[in-house]
Design a protein around this ligand. Structure first.
Ligand code: ATP
Ligand code: MG
Length: 254
């Protein structure tokens, strides 16, 4: 059965997009059929997949507004060999334009049904906000993956996200799970990072992925080439970490 994962954290710059692109490519590498949905008007997942967001006629925006089917918007050729539903700045207007529409929280979920059987996993890169776009991601998902940096305020932000997930459960998506918390940009020499990481494990136990994503320059460089790190430098620590994460995700799904 297909598994649909929202990659979400309302905190900015924690590695959502880096995780979306590299987990997608690593899952393809493991032989899986993957759809990656860019739900962020910044369009970083789109650009990082080698698709120029400035020249797109149709994007996820048109799908959410009901102007295009998701099949028409899908890009089936990326270097990472996953399929992409792209986004760009147009999406910034969607929130206001969707306010008057029916079922505004479940428009993505409904649109996805058309193509869902083409995939083993669907990943959604959410924007850094608990807004209607993220809500569409959470309503469409089976589970949430939460990338986070091990910093002091990370834990505080986490409780807002967990509360939002609880609200989504009670209103729209009763079986929504937290798939796991992913420690990103980790530097083991940083004492605070280690302390926060220990606290995370105390609070969330097995919900914390064993795989830790290290801070790695190759991961930061790769989107500039429109490539997942696997194709930029597959021997890098960053590439190996996302391959490990893909294994962990697949084991959890099995
Ligand atoms: P936003 O909230 O703006 O959407 P995000 O959560 O998607 O941000 P990313 O864009 O993935 O975060 O990462 C933020 C920045 O940190 C980017 O410049 C990215 O290249 C860099 N980065 C992410 N992960 C790593 C890592 N493990 N090592 C080094 N740099 C990283
Ligand atoms: Mg992002």
């Amino acid at each position: 059965m297909v598994k649909i994962l929202a990659i979400a954290n309302q905190k900015g710059g924690v590695g959502k997009t880096t995780t979306s692109i590299n987990l997608a490519a690593s899952l393809v590498n493991a032989g899986k059929r993957i759809l990656l949905i860019d739900l962020d008007p910044q369009g970083n997942t789109t650009m990082g997949s080698g698709i120029d967001k400035r020249f797109l006629q149709h994007t996820i925006y048109h799908v959410l507004l009901g102007e295009q089917t998701i099949a028409n918007v899908r890009i089936s050729e990326t270097k990472g060999r996953y399929h992409l539903i792209p986004a760009n700045q147009d999406l910034a207007g969607a929130e206001i334009e969707m306010v008057g529409l029916e079922h505004r929280e479940t428009r993505l979920k409904n649109a996805l049904q058309e193509i869902i059987t083409d995939y083993d996993l669907v990943l959604m890169d959410c924007p850094p906000a608990l807004n209607l776009l993220t809500l569409n991601g959470l309503c469409a998902a089976h589970a949430v993956m939460i990338p986070m940096q091990c910093e002091y305020f990370a834990l505080e932000g986490l409780s807002d996200l967990v509360n939002t997930i609880k609200r989504v459960r009670s209103s729209f998506n009763p079986t929504l799970k937290i798939e796991g918390l992913l420690r990103t940009m980790f530097d083991p020499r940083n004492i605070l990072a280690k302390q926060v990481s220990d606290q995370l494990q105390q609070h969330f136990g097995k919900k914390v992925y064993q795989t830790v994503i290290p801070r790695n320059i190759r991961l930061a460089e790769a989107p500039g080439f429109g490539l997942p790190v696997l194709l930029h430098d597959k021997h890098s620590k960053g590439a190996q970490a996302y391959l490990d994460l893909a294994k962990e995700v697949l084991n959890a799904a099995a």
